[in-house]
Design a protein around this ligand. Structure first.
Ligand SMILES: [Fe+2]
Length: 181
């Protein structure tokens, strides 16, 4: 069920999101084997394959949108998660915004010792910059949120979406499935 305040997607949102995603083509993804756009399309496609709800597909597709130049320009001092969360909340509603800003990696590292061992070297480095594993009280607070389980799924798709040449849905297919019309 959509949370209170969830925006009704509209054409202006679709045009903006589409342009900001396309602007990430050829942007490197911190040394991973894919560029930012391929990473976004792969994450969104994994969400579709898992049968995720439209706002969760949107969050998977847009989880790194805070790195797109037009979004960075809006909040130049903010970490990309926070810039992306503000952008998604404004254009697509609070559910997508919360999922994009959720920091589920830090909670997962605390909850599952094996999870940290499976992170890519690039992701291990960014974990340190993000504050390292979440403290227990922070994890408890996170788990009480109604979208916590879906935020952890988005994070797992994020981790898997780094395969050079992996087949994906098209951007327009993903925007349709995510309900961004
Ligand atoms: Fe990512």
């Amino acid at each position: 069920m959509p949370l209170e305040g969830t925006a009704v997607p509209n054409t202006a949102a679709r045009d903006r999101v589409r342009a900001d995603l396309l602007a990430t083509a050829d942007l490197p993804y911190g040394g991973e084997a894919v560029d930012q756009l391929a990473h976004a399309l792969q994450a969104g496609t994994l969400a579709v394959r898992a049968g995720a709800r439209p706002p969760v597909v949107a969050a998977a597709l847009l989880h790194d949108i805070g790195r797109s130049p037009g979004v960075t320009a809006e909040l130049p001092e903010a970490p990309h998660e926070r810039a992306g969360a503000a952008y998604c909340a404004r254009l697509l509603g609070h559910e997508v915004g919360w999922l994009v800003g959720a920091h589920a990696k830090r909670a997962l590292v605390t909850l599952e010792p094996d999870y940290a061992a499976r992170l890519s070297p690039v992701s291990v480095r960014s974990l340190a910059a993000q504050g390292g594993p979440a403290a227990e009280a922070e994890v408890e607070r996170f788990l009480r949120h109604p979208l916590a389980a879906e935020a952890m799924l988005v994070r797992r798709w994020d981790d898997e979406a780094k395969v050079a040449g992996a087949p994906t849905c098209t951007l327009d297919e993903l925007l349709d499935i995510a309900g961004i019309r």
